[in-house]
Design a protein around this ligand. Structure first.
Ligand code: SAM
Length: 228
């Protein structure tokens, strides 16, 4: 049974052929094939243990013909003849996902959809994808206990893609949709920053920190609509 996080990712998959990077156990491709979301998949995994676990799970589900597992670094597992409609990169920190994209975009043929699910700090993913003319077409924030997951969907755009600093930080679709999970998180961030600022006695001595926090607060307030 797929968890809520990967199930939410599966809802955004498009086309017949999926590439799942950092596949670990291969649960997402197995679910997507078994539920007729896709016809076939390639899994990429850099560490031998998880790679073997993917191979074993795919064999147990009798899907070895449809799901191929490759051992390798990021998108470098792709070959020019591969069909790729959607690329998923899930369950890692935002900076690592951005690095995988930055280092591996040269191996991507065509203009597949990208779906990323970052456990932390999605800012660098939005930034690197915009540099490659990928526009954010959907965003979802999931809350699971104390954790927030950011699911970002990117589709290729013929036009240049540019985002403001606030959009890179918080997500243009999140800002637009103003879902309660998103607004709740921003309000918590605001009170967290204010608490730290109020706790700094010597502002002159801590000027760099104060400036950084005030700048962060300005962006949060801008999105919350507190800045006129
Ligand atoms: N994608 C699965 C999920 O969301 O449940 C597994 C997430 S698991 C926490 C992250 C996986 O990414 C690990 O198995 C790790 O070995 C793999 N990984 C990390 N860096 C990678 C890279 N550069 N290329 C391929 N796999 C990578």
């Amino acid at each position: 049974m797929l968890n809520q996080r990967l199930k939410a990712v599966s809802d955004y998959i498009t086309g017949d052929a999926l590439v799942d990077i950092g596949s670990d156990h291969a649960y997402l491709p197995i679910y997507a094939v078994e539920n007729n979301i896709i016809k076939k998949a390639i899994c990429g995994e850099i560490v031998r243990g998880p790679y073997e676990s993917s191979v074993k799970n795919v064999q147990q589900h009798k899907l070895s013909e449809l799901i191929k597992i490759r051992l390798g670094d990021g998108l470098s597992v792709l070959r020019s003849m591969d069909d790729v409609d959607t690329i998923t990169i899930c369950g890692m920190g935002g900076p690592l996902i951005a690095e995988i994209i930055e280092e591996g975009m040269q191996f991507v043929h065509g203009k597949p959809r990208f779906i990323t699910q970052a456990n932390t700090y999605p800012y660098p993913i939005r930034k690197i994808m915009a540099q490659h003319n990928y526009k954010i077409t959907d965003e979802l924030q999931l809350k699971d206990g104390p954790y927030f997951y950011d699911i970002l969907v990117f589709d290729y755009s013929e036009d240049p893609v540019e985002y403001s600093e606030a959009e890179l930080r918080f997500g243009p679709v999140n800002i637009d949709k103003r879902e309660p999970v998103f607004i709740g998180q921003l309000e918590r961030e605001k009170s967290h920053i204010e608490k730290i600022l109020n706790g700094i006695n010597d502002r002159e001595k801590n000027i760099d920190k104060v400036t950084r926090l005030e700048s962060n607060l300005k962006y949060v307030d801008e999105v919350l609509g507190n800045v006129k």
